[in-house]
Write a protein that binds this ligand. Structure first.
Ligand code: UD1
Ligand code: UDP
Length: 388
């Protein structure tokens, strides 16, 4: 079996690792004919700290191909990827194309595959914000409706797809059982499977290594639970200067140390704010850093008193680690984290951000909902059993 995996943006390198590891393990065990995975990097993210660091830290093979597309408008960027991926798929003729998440790299890979009638699997299918202003929402909906296999991370994601007409659902949307003995088939239209979340797999696989290797707390001179951790990169929060100023104002007024690894988009937008405001950001409680690697990030997350973020992945990781999260968005796709009381959705109003950051308490509730750490294995098993 030959698989082409398409990644391009930071969270996709992380999401793809558990599946790549499962493939490697299967090949090493020699239980069947070898599986070839061709890792294609679109080049959507390209700074060392947004891309290469993840390949080095996570022990996955370097991408076989880097399309080097880089940054640009949505249409331009997606079109460049689409043209190059099409060419690559024509040459490679894979049995499956796998795409991850909801970026422009995801939708480009999905369109290229479906138009060539190559079976397509979407990992992290069924997520919805119901906010059509988010570019990710278009990418998710389009990708799901092109896919043959839809790998959902949660039951909510399965239900979202059911509401859109998907009816071929394994196990009634419950997590498929751990012995993987059911062989789903795709004869009845696209197949929806709740496999759990590969980001949860990755946290389980890398937390211990992160604790052993990372010196980030010492390097920053902070103690466990003695700081807040922040990330911001959504266009709504960065490209509307008032929203960006509101968020930064809240961080300043919180007063406690805030560790803030900055996405390049956000760094550019902060640089464009007016000089008077920017002067308040010098010598303050907010520590602005370049983006950090995954291992440092896991340690920063686990030891934070609270996380402030608009990142999808970080809302989940906060929950996995049992760290309260304040989400700087008007809504979230990860409603399980909110229902369990570990996440509050506040938007950009400074008084709300400050109140929750200072007063939110960890709830007593159990944490679950994202699988059992074997999403990668389930995905591989289903791909093998679903070959047309
Ligand atoms: C993209 C995804 C978003 C995901 C995020 C993860 C889309 C539409 N958006 O958003 O869903 O949550 O990745 O981080 O696909 N830049 C650099 N160096 C880099 C990468 C980007 O300087 O290595 C700068 C460029 O100026 C670029 C801007 O950041 O224009 C935005 O990058 P882009 O990939 O378009 O979108 P993200 O905001 O990263
Ligand atoms: N991440 C990281 N370093 C950083 C910021 C994020 O390793 O400086 C990791 C984070 O732990 C999570 C993923 O990147 O696994 C989230 O990516 P991002 O916030 O860019 O995208 P989103 O999840 O919102 O799509």
């Amino acid at each position: 079996m030959k698989i082409v995996t398409i990644v391009g943006a930071r969270p996709q390198f992380i999401k793809a690792v558990p599946v790549s590891r499962a493939i490697r393990k299967y090949n090493q065990e020699g239980r069947g004919s070898q599986i070839t995975e061709i890792m294609v990097h679109t080049g959507q993210h390209y700074d060392y700290g947004m891309s290469q660091v993840f390949f080095e830290e996570l022990g996955i093979s370097e991408p076989h191909v880097n399309l080097g597309v880089g940054s640009g408008s949505h249409g331009w960027q997606t079109a460049q990827m689409l043209m190059q991926i099409e060419e690559l798929l024509l040459a490679e003729k894979p049995d499956w194309v796998i795409v991850y998440g909801d970026t422009n790299s995801t939708v480009a890979g999905a369109l290229a595959a479906v138009k060539l009638q190559i079976p397509l699997a979407h990992v992290e299918a069924g997520l919805r914000s119901f906010n059509r202003e988010m570019p990710e929402e278009h990418n998710r909906v389009l990708t799901d409706h092109c896919s043959d296999l839809l790998f959902c991370p949660t039951q909510t994601a399965v239900q979202n797809l059911q509401k859109e007409g998907f009816s071929n659902i394994v196990n009634n949307g419950q997590l498929v059982d751990t012995c993987f003995n059911r062989s789903p088939i795709t004869d009845h239209g696209p197949l929806v499977v709740n496999v759990g979340d590969t980001m949860y797999d990755a946290v389980l696989q890398f937390s211990e290594i992160a604790c052993q290797r990372s010196t980030v707390l010492q390097d920053l001179g902070v103690k466990s639970k003695g700081y807040l951790l922040a990330t911001v990169h959504r266009p709504y929060n960065t490209d509307i200067p008032e929203n960006l100023r509101n968020i930064l104002t809240a961080f300043l007024e919180i007063g406690e140390p805030v560790i803030f690894p900055i996405h390049p988009r956000t760094r550019q937008r902060i640089a464009a704010l007016d000089g008077l405001f920017k002067s308040q950001l010098e010598n303050c409680n907010v520590e602005f850093l370049d983006p950090v690697g995954y291992l440092d990030m896991l340690v920063l997350e686990r030891n934070a008193r609270l996380i402030l973020t608009d990142s999808g992945g970080m809302q989940k990781e906060a929950y996995f680690f049992g760290v309260p999260c304040v989400t700087l968005r008007p809504e979230t796709e990860w409603i399980e984290t909110v229902q369990a009381g570990w996440n509050v959705v506040v938007g950009t109003e400074p008084s709300l951000i400050i109140d929750k950051a200072l007063n939110m308490q960890p709830p007593q509730s159990e944490r679950g909902a994202f699988g059992d750490g074997y999403a990668g294995e389930r995905i591989l098993h289903t791909l093998k059993n679903s070959l047309p």
